[in-house]
Design a protein. Structure first.
Length: 740
């Protein structure tokens, strides 16, 4: 539940200069010529349409994951199940270095909890995506910046910079490299990260009570799972400055996870007429990949430096293979297996033009066009053991293709009128869909529709240190292959099946945000009040069908209203101390006419952190993280409270850094306990998941070269791609492998 409308670059510069004059610090003290010098490292930067959290300047980044750093970022919340929301919405896009990453957007929490924070320099939260951005993503855009980027646009000196990181913990190990080089008109950067994390002994208890006239039918499952998750990430960027007016950039990226899970479980079913129990083991492997490649060309005008034309092409794909086997020990239920492959491949071309209106750079006009050709596909094969071997089951298998072409046009104006800044624009997107089933062609269908997406904002600069703003935007969310895929998963649990809905339509959301910002040498304050409405929201829901079989699928069944207040505060009481508060609270209301159901409730998230420089230049970091109950249409899930503590020391003129940190839950038991409840007039489902999280880790980083001299240049505009909605919570992901 977070939103912001900003300050200008001039305001940031003025405040930085003012802070330096007052000699208060936001970060570290350095040594120069034997004297102590205060070095300002401002963690948060606020611009006209985004807020930037400078991860590389936070000492916690040495031993944290990207997901843990997101808990500190204004307008981002991470709840007890590691579900991420932006401006109170779970519908948002994830970019890496300005390029969309479909894999991250499809399941951000699961991947970002594996990615070391040292792989990211900055985290941008684009809180008010203008008309030039795709309409996709109700909450906004999270942009993970991994490369080095100059902000002044000046020519770069030749040089190189690099770093190597090694990490080990009681939950895994990993490492990463970064290298960047500038030589003449050429610039090059390379990043690579790899890790292996594991959770042993994750426990789960699931109880489903089906309400029947003759007596309740109860299904109870207890399971213990061991989960291992190797993670890989890499990117390559190259730029060539043809001359002062023409620039070419080329980039490629890869992200992959290979999740392996083994879960032992016991299930009991009871009713007035039946009592039955069985045991089993689920083994699953999932290799998920995301591949991107892009080429951008930028032309500028010598007579008008602020005028530019950018033409871009990008390819992205998310090939994912999975293999799941469920072996039963009762001798009655036949063992079953599923082999699956899904992919979402996109080709995108885009052109963007921006120019000042007249000679006044304070008034800008932007316009552009874009076309996306996307192919979602799913090939799922099911097998049942017949006593001798696994036999193919055609009626439970699916070969599915979903073609989605999107054309877009946009125009946007921004202007300054004394202390008032305004921005307004509109984007039109037309979508053509074609759905084809290989085995059941009678289910094929086509559909096309259009969306007009407006946005507007106004900001009043009260003084050099404070401003207030009001904005409105409309966003849409298209369903991804997880939501659309009609494949029926009956492998994980014989008493519960799940499947997608190929007839889903995009949901639309409307947001109004009031924001206040204040800066001083000792305080940075952002407060946002947000009201959001969704009238045809996509949501998962469950019901009983075919006797005692629980069905879970998706539908455009929710009307929702969310009111949220968030506060982000940095307090600098002294040169060696920094206190951070990132908190939000809100009230949500959900209603579904189709299910004749409604629900509402309050929620909150909060992070309170202390960063202290101790004697011998030791840096101490301590954080308490808490979240309250989260409400959904059919139920709720409980919150958590955890704590972290870390120490960091640098050597060799800050080129070598060593960090030691610990993580623990602050509640009873041997780990985080999360309870989730769903209830209708027909059933009650309760899941309790226990995840052992206590961990001690050590991180070592060595850097070389001069970081301020090297950077791969970026075009002023690159492809901004829509991302489909298809995320799963931590409980859903763990529960799938534990017989939920």
């Amino acid at each position: 539940m977070k939103r912001i409308i900003i300050t200008t670059i001039a305001l940031i510069s003025a405040m930085a200069a003012y802070a330096q004059e007052q000699t208060s610090v936001l970060a570290d003290t350095i040594s120069l010529d034997g004297s102590a010098v205060v070095a300002q490292k401002i963690l948060v930067k606020m611009d006209a349409d985004r807020v930037t959290y400078k991860v590389e300047d936070d000492i916690d980044a040495k031993t944290s994951t990207v997901l843990e750093m997101l808990r500190k970022v204004p307008m981002v919340s991470v709840d007890a199940q590691d579900n991420i929301t932006v401006n109170g919405s779970s519908s948002f896009q994830v970019y890496v270095d300005g390029m969309p990453n479909q894999m991250l957007s499809a399941n951000p929490s699961q991947i970002l909890k594996m990615m070391p924070a040292t792989a990211v320099k900055h985290i941008e939260v684009i809180t008010n995506p203008g008309a030039k951005y795709d309409a996709e993503g109700v909450g906004g855009v999270i942009n993970l910046i991994t490369g080095l980027q100059k902000e002044d646009g000046k020519s770069l000196a030749e040089g190189q910079y690099g770093s190597v990181t090694l990490q080990g913990s009681t939950k895994g190990y990993g490492g990463g490299i970064f290298y960047s080089m500038q030589k003449g008109k050429w610039a090059f950067s390379l990043t690579g990260n790899a890790s292996n994390t594991y959770v042993n002994g994750a426990e789960s208890t699931i109880e489903r009570i089906q309400k029947l006239p003759g007596g309740d039918f109860v299904t109870a499952t207890n399971g213990v799972a061991d989960i291992q998750t190797p993670f890989y990430n890499g990117s390559l960027n190259l730029s060539y400055e043809i001359d002062s007016l023409n620039l070419i950039t080329v980039g490629a990226g890869y992200t992959g996870t290979n999740v392996s899970t083994v879960s032992d479980y016991q299930t009991e079913m009871k009713s007035p007429l039946l009592e039955y129990a069985y045991e089993g083991t689920i083994s699953s492997k999932t290799l998920a990949n995301s591949i991107t490649a892009n080429v951008d060309y930028q032309h500028s005008w010598a007579s008008q430096p602020d005028r530019s034309l950018v033409v871009s092409y990008q390819f992205s794909g998310t090939p994912t293979g999975s293999d799941m086997e469920n072996r039963f020990d009762d001798g009655i239920l036949p063992d079953r297996r599923n082999d699956g492959f899904t992919n979402s491949a996109s080709h995108i071309v885009q052109a963007d033009f921006s120019t000042p209106l007249g000679s006044d750079a304070g008034h800008m006009l932007g316009a552009g066009a874009k076309f996306t050709a996307r192919h979602n596909s799913s090939d799922q094969d099911s097998f049942i053991y017949d006593g001798n071997d696994y036999a193919y089951v055609p009626e439970s298998s699916v070969l599915y293709d979903f073609y989605n072409n999107i054309g877009a046009l946009y125009a946007e104006y921004s202007g300054k009128f004394g202390p008032v800044d305004i921005k307004a624009g509109a984007r039109y997107e037309h979508t053509w869909q074609n759905v084809a089933y290989e085995h059941t062609p009678e289910m094929n269908f086509k559909l096309d529709y259009g969306n007009l997406v407006p946005n507007a904002s106004v900001q009043y600069n009260i003084s050099m240190v404070q401003n207030i703003g009001l904005s409105y935007n409309m966003r849409i969310s298209r369903p991804g292959i997880t939501y659309l895929n009609p494949f029926v998963d009956n492998i994980s649990d014989p008493s519960a099946i799940s499947y997608g809905n190929p007839n889903l339509r995009p949901e639309t959301g409307h947001n109004v945000i009031l924001t206040y910002n204040y800066f001083s040498p000792k305080w940075i304050l952002n407060m946002s009040l947000r009201q959001g409405f969704v009238r045809n929201g996509m949501s998962s829901y469950s019901f009983y069908d075919n006797g005692h079989i629980m069905n879970t699928t998706y539908g455009n069944i929710v009307n929702s209203s969310t009111t949220g207040l968030n506060a982000f505060v940095i307090w600098i009481p002294g040169q060696k101390t920094r206190v951070i508060l990132n908190g939000s609270t809100g009230y949500s209301y959900f209603r579904s006419k189709e299910l004749d159901q409604k629900n509402s409730g309050w929620t909150y998230t909060a992070l309170l952190g202390l960063q202290q420089t101790l004697p011998w230049d030791l840096r101490l970091s301590a954080n308490t993280i808490a979240s309250g109950r989260t409400v959904t249409l059919q139920g709720w899930s409980s919150g958590i409270m955890v704590g972290t503590l870390g120490l960091t020391k640098t050597f060799l003129d800050d080129r070598l850094g060593v960090s030691l940190s610990g993580l623990t839950h602050l509640t009873g038991g041997r780990g985080i306990i999360v309870e989730a409840v769903s209830e209708t007039k027909d059933f009650v489902s309760r899941t309790v998941t226990g995840i052992p999280i206590r961990m001690v880790s050590i991180n070592i980083t060595f850097s070389f070269g001069k970081q301020d001299k090297v950077s791969v240049k970026k075009t002023r505009k690159t492809i901004e791609t829509d991302t489909q909605l298809e995320s799963k919570s931590m409980t859903e992901s763990v529960g799938t492998v534990m017989q939920m």
